[in-house]
Write a protein that binds this ligand. Structure first.
Ligand SMILES: C[S@@+](CC[C@H](N)C(=O)[O-])C[C@H]1O[C@@H](n2cnc3c(N)ncnc32)[C@H](O)[C@@H]1O
Ligand code: SF4
Length: 408
């Protein structure tokens, strides 16, 4: 079971000098930096979801106070990323599309006033078809959102109901059609191996999804997460063999539609890969603002992970006082190789060899024995410049990643 650490009543407050002091790592350069913003409310909690999301009536959402808290949180964090530009922004949740376009405009305006966004910076917002109204998506675009991620999950009404979704098939289609009109690029989020789902039903979901011509699809195997309604009252879900067969069909069908599986769960047409998620998978840096948001930040001699207060009310109180951090820990030198490989091996193209040293501050010798073992087992391929999972490595990703546990 996943252990959720109890967050302390006393916030973590450290001086910038603390992060810059000498240490054992030598990072030759800092990686690209992304910004994640967490908006923690939903109309209804889905029975499978373990995200930090809380049910709320739209009229009760403290929208302005939350935006003020995010801005105060950012103000307190700016010294840690001083001078660095922002590679991508992702507004996730929860259901960010519950926030009004005016609130998103205010938030993005405050971000732009404090941080330098790289030219053409991708700005994604997660949207739920249940919050879709005509003109709302265009208003998000006018506020500066460049990419929408629409949480569809399935186009089958019976499955949507079993998943406790607030929208039906018709609303999902209308939302995706509007996303296609309002944005140059967008993502469609789906899940497979749903309660009672057959291979044919999954194919029908994919046929419908592909008919909408999305430039990007993320499709996740439904997992029963601890501390969810489904963990307490488990539904009947397809067995592992059926789920593998579904994944094979998904990969075939997306390939036939000109989409490439560039990450374990992500498929894109050329030019439409998600830059924000790519930065996570390439072990880049990210500053996470908002309730329960996680950050990974590099400094010349250390890599730090931070977590903000998880409860939205507690978060707002602390963030408005400039002290949103509940946890702040240096990643142990011995954990860096595994953390790097956990992310980069999710990518079909793997990683450039030079990136290992750049992002971890360690020498390749730290992973050489594990690389040799992975190569011997046929799980990775390597050239002088690049290391990537083989098809077998991709299919047995957990086994491949586990070879790098244990550290140098
Ligand atoms: C934060 S949600 C997306 C936005 C919005 N909250 C929604 O659900 O429409 C991120 C995605 O994670 C996936 N997800 C959430 N819980 C999952 C689970 N237990 N198993 C597999 N995928 C899950 C869903 O595909 C979901 O769209
Ligand atoms: S709408 Fe999304 S974040 Fe909200 S409960 Fe459902 S899956 Fe979780």
């Amino acid at each position: 079971m996943k252990v959720v650490p109890v967050q302390p009543a006393t916030p973590v407050v450290k001086d910038v000098q603390h992060y810059l002091r000498p240490g054992t790592l030598q990072l030759p350069a800092l990686p690209p930096l992304s910004l994640y913003v967490h908006l923690p409310w939903c109309l209804k909690k889905c029975p499978y979801c373990d995200f930090n999301s809380h049910e709320i009536a739209p009229g009760e959402m403290p929208q302005q106070r939350y935006v003020d808290a995010l801005v105060a949180d950012l103000d307190a964090a700016v010294p840690l990323i001083w001078g660095r530009s922002i590679h991508s922004v992702f507004i996730g949740g929860g259901t960010p599309s519950l926030f009004s376009p005016q609130a998103i405009d205010q938030l993005l305006g405050a971000i732009r006033a404090r941080l330098k966004l790289e030219p053409g910076c991708e700005v994604t917002l997660e949207a739920n078809p249940g919050t879709f109204e005509k003109d709302r998506f265009r208003a998000f675009r006018a506020a500066g959102v460049t990419r929408l991620s629409v949480g569809v999950q399935s186009f089958n009404d019976a499955h949507l109901q079993a998943l406790g979704r607030v929208h039906d098939r018709a609303q999902a289609i209308a939302a995706v059609e509007e996303a296609a009109l309002a944005f140059d690029t967008f993502n469609l989020d789906l899940m497979y191996a749903l309660p009672g789902q057959t291979l044919e039903q999954m194919e029908q979901d994919m046929v419908q999804a592909l008919a909408l011509m999305p430039p990007h699809i993320s499709i996740y195997h439904l997992t029963i997460e601890p501390n969810t309604w489904f963990a307490k009252f488990p539904p009947r879900i397809p067995d592992d063999d059926s789920a593998y067969a579904m994944l094979d069909r998904i990969t075939e069908m997306t390939a036939a539609a000109g989409m490439e599986r560039y990450e374990v769960s992500a498929y894109a047409k050329p030019g439409h890969r998600c830059r924000h998620n790519l930065n996570y998978w390439q072990f880049g840096d990210y500053l996470g603002l908002g309730a329960g948001a996680h950050s990974k930040l590099s400094f010349p001699h250390r890599v730090v992970r931070q977590v903000r207060y998880r409860d939205p009310n507690l978060y707002m109180r602390h963030a408005l006082a400039g002290q949103a951090l509940a946890q702040d820990d240096e990643v142990a030198r011995g954990d860096l190789p595994f953390e790097f490989m956990l992310n980069t091996l999710r990518l079909k193209d793997g990683f450039a060899s030079a990136q290992f040293g750049e992002r971890t501050g360690l020498s390749m010798s730290a992973i050489e024995p594990a690389l040799q073992e992975a190569e011997r087992k046929g799980l990775i391929e390597r050239s002088l410049e690049r290391i990537k999972p083989t098809q077998r490595g991709f299919d047995f990703l957990n086994d491949l990643q586990a070879l790098f546990l244990g550290g140098p």
